[in-house]
Design a binder for this molecule. Structure first.
Ligand code: PLP
Length: 370
């Protein structure tokens, strides 16, 4: 993924530097407001990454030792790691073959009396079925955190993915559609949670450094709980504010390129590209293709041939339970996760991709099909 960064971002970052206010300040506050409005959330709390956003979401829910949190193994490893940061135990659930996401059934299959929360991931930008999973979580009395790292610009049931979430965590890493270099956000509609999240990212202080500096009177802060330094800088937020203006165009462009991939791939048997679910639209953050047996060539051979042709495709999304970091867990069977991670690859899809590039990629795939 090649980030779309231009002169406007460079100028905005320079303006922040020249203003003399480079730590969390007025630009972070504006970025939070504009991002929350864009994704249909009441409050945005900017943090240093989606990983720290997930950590704080679990802290706010008071999840801790003895608790289980259900997560997909089929996700970037940060989703599962956040559970361990609070001393809880990640429990891996399988995913749906078409969307790569948790479903009510896959979560229910691994639910126990110790389940405190579920982290649903809008994987690669494909929204999970928010209506179904939020309803089920409510019925079970289990919190639902949404890992929306990849989902800026995706929609579910006619609203932005993540709108209406109890807590959603977003990423602005350069591999996502919107970038601030590094960065993240927690969004929520709950003002009390938003207030606690603001404290948690800033050492547990009851007044922010920005408020303290803005006050004419000396303000004595106090530290209400043991917390973290997970702040975003104003330089990052300045870049993010410019990036917000690019989102709609970026999504439209990716969706057009994805539609063209769909047309070209339709004539090759055994290749199943990711598509919109019936209840929403993906931003095609990741355009993955599942290789069915009738294609006749393994995923790794396909990757090798693409590399020879100068195409930088990537393996599919990882499965955390297959990594050494989680070798101590003994999850139940995860057949769909293992099939997706073994048999899928991610084709190049970014703002600089040309139709010629696409034709070259599909040409290699067609030749391999024999
Ligand atoms: C990228 C990603 C993360 C981590 O985001 P950072 O901002 O790099 O911490 C977490 N979850 C998912 C699903 C991701 O794709």
């Amino acid at each position: 993924m090649i980030p779309r960064l231009g002169e406007e971002e460079a100028q905005a970052a320079a303006d922040a530097v020249r203003s003399g206010w480079v730590a969390q300040g007025p630009r972070v506050a504006r970025f939070e407001q504009e991002f929350a409005a864009l994704v249909g959330a009441g409050h945005g709390v900017a943090v240093s990454s989606c990983t720290t956003a997930l950590h704080l979401a679990l802290v706010v829910l008071d999840v801790g030792p003895g608790d289980e949190v259900i997560v997909p193994s089929f996700s970037f490893i940060a989703t599962a790691n956040a559970v361990r940061y609070v001393g809880a135990t990640p429990v891996f659930a399988d995913v749906d073959l078409g969307t790569g996401n948790l479903t009510v059934d896959t979560v229910d299959a691994v639910r126990t009396p110790r389940t405190r929360a579920v982290i649903g991931v809008h994987q690669g930008g494909v929204p999970f079925d928010v209506a179904a999973l939020r309803e089920a979580a409510g019925r079970w009395g289990v919190a639902l955190v949404e890992d929306a790292a990849c989902a800026a610009g995706s929609t579910a049931y006619g609203r932005p993915a993540g709108a209406g979430a109890a807590l959603a965590a977003w990423s602005f890493h350069p591999r996502k559609l919107l970038t601030t270099g590094e960065g993240g956000m927690v969004t929520t509609d709950d003002p009390a949670w938003a207030a606690r999240l603001r404290r948690l990212r800033e050492h547990g202080m009851n007044v922010s450094a920005a408020e303290r500096h803005a006050s004419a009177q000396p303000v004595l802060e106090s530290y209400l709980e043991t917390a973290f330094n997970y702040r975003m800088t104003d330089i990052q937020a300045a870049v993010g504010l410019v990036q917000l203006g690019r989102l709609a165009e970026l999504v439209a462009q990716r969706r057009a390129l994805a539609a063209r991939y769909h047309d070209l791939l339709a004539t090759i048997e055994g290749l199943v590209p990711v598509r919109d679910p019936e209840y929403g639209e993906t931003n095609f953050q990741s355009f993955w293709v599942l290789i069915d047996p009738e294609y006749g060539v393994s995923r790794d051979e396909v990757l090798a041939e693409l590399a020879v042709a100068g195409v930088s495709a990537r393996r599919g999304i990882m499965a955390a339970h297959l990594e050494p970091a989680y070798a101590d867990l003994a999850p139940g069977p995860l057949p769909v996760t293992e099939r997706l991670t073994r048999d899928s690859l991610i084709l190049p899809l970014h703002h600089a991709l040309t139709e010629d590039d696409q034709d070259r990629v599909v040409g290699v795939l067609r030749k391999l099909a024999g």
